[in-house]
Design a binder for this molecule. Structure first.
Ligand code: F6R
Length: 614
């Protein structure tokens, strides 16, 4: 949902901005732009619009700039207000082109604010909500001490979740950022200071990183950074460390990030699991809850998440209920706070999110806290908003995930949630510490099984060739196979744009079976999990409708398919852990189909990796 980068100081350059934008491109690529500022010559703006080609054009254009810059701001856009055109591309200016802004998020009350500005003669050159902020600051600046003071006043008038950075022609080298429920971090190498929507954008530049609190502004100068509340009271900066390497944020010889991240899954899960269980079967969290007795009090778990993270949460529900006998509710984050969830201080609300910034999940976490629940964030980005908000944190240690379609973070999330299930089971006396240890040992063996599954790469390419031209795909499974079916369908939809549906296999006969014909392809999740035999019966129902069948099963079960059907063999593991290995062939199938169609798998159309709008 738009990427922001900004730099000020000795080392500031156009290249820092465009390299940062390249690493933020997964947040949107409708257009790209930069504004650079010299000490004496004011602003120079470069913008390009044209989907995934925007940044290439920008790099060429802005790369020709040879002035000695002191600071700059850059943006890659995922359009919300106004189409993906050049005149809507950020950075935006005020009337006099003396305020430049890049913005991520939505200014919800932009209409009324814009009307006020139009009434007093402001002239707009885009359809964006962002430009309204530039004009608001322009109007406020003559009555304020400086840019920071003007931004603080304007921020109080704005509604909606957002982060933005502004520069003023009158204050060369000064950048002012504002953050409200949208990601933005500060980084420095000692010579330059950076603001960025995400860490990878500045991973090769900054050695120290600082959090920015919501409802705060940051003032960056070549000499340093200061954070203030909206009454301009200074608040100390809190640093955090990042152990991601630059290599982990690069393609490293792979054709794209998605294939790299598929292949990184065994390592990502291994890192997520390593050293997490004490000998007595207690889970080692990254942030412990203030109250150590919290776990014993929990009598209900509520999982909130979106998309692929939601599917990981679904798998967790089966495991937590099986091992702990604690009821688990599951909600799509955007639904959670608009109903009346039954949550109290004995409920553990678990927010599952790769980014830790997804606005719907962040808002659900806020709501859970307001309702008095205990909260746990399971996320991948250290220091993300959810990690900072929740009472306790369990990080997946999957490294940066750049491909828009989540893969390695999904399997790592399931691994992390399995450990949570074991922890709860131990505390509730439902499993002995030795049983927890034995299950943890089985979890630790999964990365090797995943490596075996990765050997199916060519086989899945062949299946994609065989079936990729079909018009409709169904993924069916039962019990933990059901979330895998949903995830298989989601992966295929989001990168191939083909109609795909995930279905509980037993539910097919209640309606969707009417869709089956010879053009449909049905993937059946039929590894040896709890309802194996029932899935077999469901496959018979499909067979009778002459659709093509691909069965995902365990070695030894090859005979369940007929000669004209396909069988994909994945290693057998503990039934509750099966989604971690079973989902991988489906990721690979989606990948190969999308590549076969010539699609950009890392940057699928209409999508952005971190969804920071409601
Ligand atoms: C799909 C995908 C999305 C995300 C969803 C939540 O491949 O990546 O469905 O899972 O937008 O994002 P996070 O996990 O960052 O909260």
């Amino acid at each position: 949902m738009c990427g922001i980068i900004a730099v000020t100081g000795e080392g500031a350059s156009v290249e820092i901005l465009t390299t940062g934008l390249r690493r933020l491109e997964y947040r949107g690529y409708d257009s790209a732009g930069v504004v650079v500022q010299t000490r004496s010559d004011g602003f120079a703006r470069y913008r390009a619009a044209g989907g995934t080609k925007s940044l290439v054009a920008l790099e060429e254009e802005a790369g020709r700039y040879h002035g000695e810059i002191i600071s700059g701001i850059g943006h890659t856009r995922w359009a919300t207000h106004g189409g993906p055109t050049l005149f809507n591309a950020h950075p935006h200016f005020d009337c006099l082109e003396e305020i430049a802004i890049v913005h991520n998020g939505i200014l919800e009350n932009f209409r009324e604010l814009k009307e006020d500005l139009l009434a007093v003669g402001h002239v707009f050159s885009s359809e964006t909500d962002t430009e309204v902020i530039a004009h608001l600051i322009e109007a406020q600046l003559p009555f304020s001490r400086n840019l920071a003071a003007a931004v603080a006043i304007v921020a109080k008038r704005m509604r909606g979740a957002m982060a933005f950075v502004v520069a003023s022609a009158g204050e060369p080298g000064v950048l002012v950022g504002f953050k409200r429920m949208a990601p933005m971090v500060i980084g420095t190498d000692g010579k330059s200071w950076f603001l960025a929507s995400d860490i990878p954008a500045i991973l090769d530049r900054a050695s120290t990183f600082y959090h920015i609190d919501d409802e705060h502004i940051v003032i960056l100068k070549p000499s340093g950074a200061v954070m203030c509340d909206l009454d301009l009271h200074e608040v100390p900066l809190e640093s955090f460390s990042v152990d991601w390497t630059l290599e982990s944020a690069e393609r490293s010889g792979f054709d794209d990030f998605m294939s790299k991240e598929i292949f990184e899954q065994p390592g990502a899960l291994r890192d997520t699991l390593a050293g997490r269980m004490t000998p007595d079967g207690s889970l080692v969290l990254d942030e412990q809850p203030a109250d150590p007795d919290l776990w014993a009090r929990i009598n209900k778990v509520f999982i909130v998440a979106c998309g692929t993270s939601y599917h990981a949460g679904m798998v967790a529900k089966y495991a937590i209920e099986h091992w702990t006998k604690i009821p688990v509710e599951l909600d799509i984050s955007s639904e959670f706070r608009y109903r009346d969830p039954v949550v109290d201080e004995r409920t553990l609300v678990v927010a599952v999110s790769q980014s830790g910034e997804t606005l719907d999940t962040l808002a659900a976490l806020h709501e859970a806290r307001n309702l008095g629940a205990q909260t746990l964030a399971v996320c991948n980005v250290v220091g993300s908003s959810m990690a900072r908000l929740a009472d306790a944190v369990l990080y997946t240690r999957a490294g940066p995930e750049v491909g828009v379609a989540a893969t390695k973070t999904h399997t790592s999330q399931i691994g992390a949630l399995m450990m949570l299930a074991l922890q709860l089971a131990k505390v509730k006396g439902q499993l002995y510490p030795q049983e927890v240890q034995e299950l943890y040992r089985q979890l630790l063996s999964l990365p090797n099984k995943m490596s075996e599954v990765l050997e199916l790469w060519e086989e899945m390419r062949a299946l994609a060739l065989r079936y990729g031209g079909r018009s409709r795909f169904y993924f069916i499974g039962r019990h933990v196979g059901y979330p895998v079916a949903l995830e298989g369908a989601l992966k295929l939809k989001e990168i191939s744009y083909l109609p795909a549906e995930g279905y509980p296999a037993g539910e097919l006969k209640h309606g969707a079976i009417a869709m089956l014909d010879a053009d449909a392809v049905v993937f059946a999740l039929a590894t040896r999990t709890r309802l194996y035999e029932k899935v077999m019966s469901n496959i018979e129902e499909v067979r009778a409708r002459s659709s093509s069948i691909v069965v995902l099963g365990n070695p030894g079960d090859e005979s369940v398919v007929n000669a004209d059907e396909s069988f994909v063999a994945v290693p057998q593991v503990h039934p509750l852990f099966a989604p971690i290995v079973d989902v991988i062939p489906l990721q690979m199938f989606a990948y190969h189909v999308a590549r076969g169609l010539g699609n950009d798998v890392d940057r699928p159309r209409n999508l952005a990796k971190t969804v920071t709008v409601e």
